[in-house]
Design a protein around this ligand. Structure first.
Ligand code: OGA
Ligand code: MN
Length: 277
């Protein structure tokens, strides 16, 4: 069967991929998938049936995987997998039930944030809720006037993990491992060479060198700009989807669902990226 890549927007942002078998992916098919990931920013590979080991081994073909700092939310025996789930065992969530509800890019609070994340849907809400929204940060940057782009190119922003969680607490050791970091506000993609805004609503605390109110205002304006409908695509999950987004040029935000009535159970692997520049 040949792989079919179907872009979902006029600009080509986000593509669905049909006919791939990630359990046993030839070098030729892998090259098509990798190319689609770079060209479309986010790909949803449909109709997969993967064990944790198969997901890990496919993900590793893109680079070394990161082990998330939230070690209690990792899959037993497979620490490369972060559990994004509202399933419970003995009254405790098995993983993170409400990960990434605000616009963000994964692990931007680290010196070498995630290149990409691969989220695999094992169970999705039956009413079709629990979408994920994706924003095209390259297009959002390129849509700004040249003068504004030149101004933004010079800034750095501080990214820091939010230490407060509704569903669990971080240990002192975890907090120590999450001190925050400065990254350029505009980063150049190491593979495509294109510039993109590098933002995140909760994770980006301030723009270095600006007064607090000016920094807050600029960040709010930029987030409003990047999340305009023309830059956003909404993915509706199906069981068996493996969605792979490029954190270097996209943001995403998980949409709410009724977690008292429905189960949403996902496995995430994360490929380590370069230091943004
Ligand atoms: C993530 C994330 C969004 C979702 O896994 O990094 O933000 O819709 N997930 O679950
Ligand atoms: Mn995320």
């Amino acid at each position: 069967m040949t792989i079919d890549v179907r872009p979902k927007t006029d600009r080509g942002f986000f593509a669905e991929i049909y006919g791939a078998n990630l359990k046993d992916c030839s070098d030729a098919d892998f090259a098509i998938i990798k190319d689609a990931h770079l060209s479309h920013g986010v790909i949803a590979i449909r109709d997969q049936d993967l064990t944790p080991a198969q997901q890990i081994s496919f993900s590793k073909r893109f680079g070394p995987l990161s082990i998330h700092v939230l070690e209690e939310q990792l899959l037993a025996g497979h620490p490369e997998i972060l559990l994004v789930t509202n399933k419970k065992e003995n009254g405790r969530f098995l993983g993170i039930p409400d990960l990434g509800r605000k616009w963000h890019t994964d692990q931007s609070y680290e010196e070498r944030p995630a290149l990409g994340s691969l989220l695999y849907a094992l169970e999705v809400p039956e009413d079709g809720s629990g979408d994920t929204w994706f924003a095209d940060m390259t297009a959002a940057y390129e849509a700004l006037p040249a003068e504004e782009r030149r101004r933004l190119d010079e800034f750095e922003a501080e990214h820091r993990y939010d230490h407060k969680h509704k569903n669990f607490e971080l240990s002192d050791n975890q907090i120590d491992r999450l001190p925050g970091v400065l990254h350029p506000l505009v980063r150049t993609h190491p593979e495509t060479g294109r510039k993109a805004l590098y933002l995140g609503v909760q994770l980006v605390k301030r723009i270095v060198g600006l007064a607090a109110d000016e920094s807050d205002r600029l960040l709010a304006d930029l987030h409003t700009h990047c999340t305009k409908p023309e830059f956003v695509y909404c993915h509706k999950w199906r069981k068996g989807d493996l969605v792979f987004w490029d954190n270097r040029c996209t943001m995403h935000a998980a949409q709410p669902y009724d977690d008292t009535r429905f189960t949403r159970h996902m496995h995430r692997t994360t490929v380590i990226g370069d230091q943004p520049c």
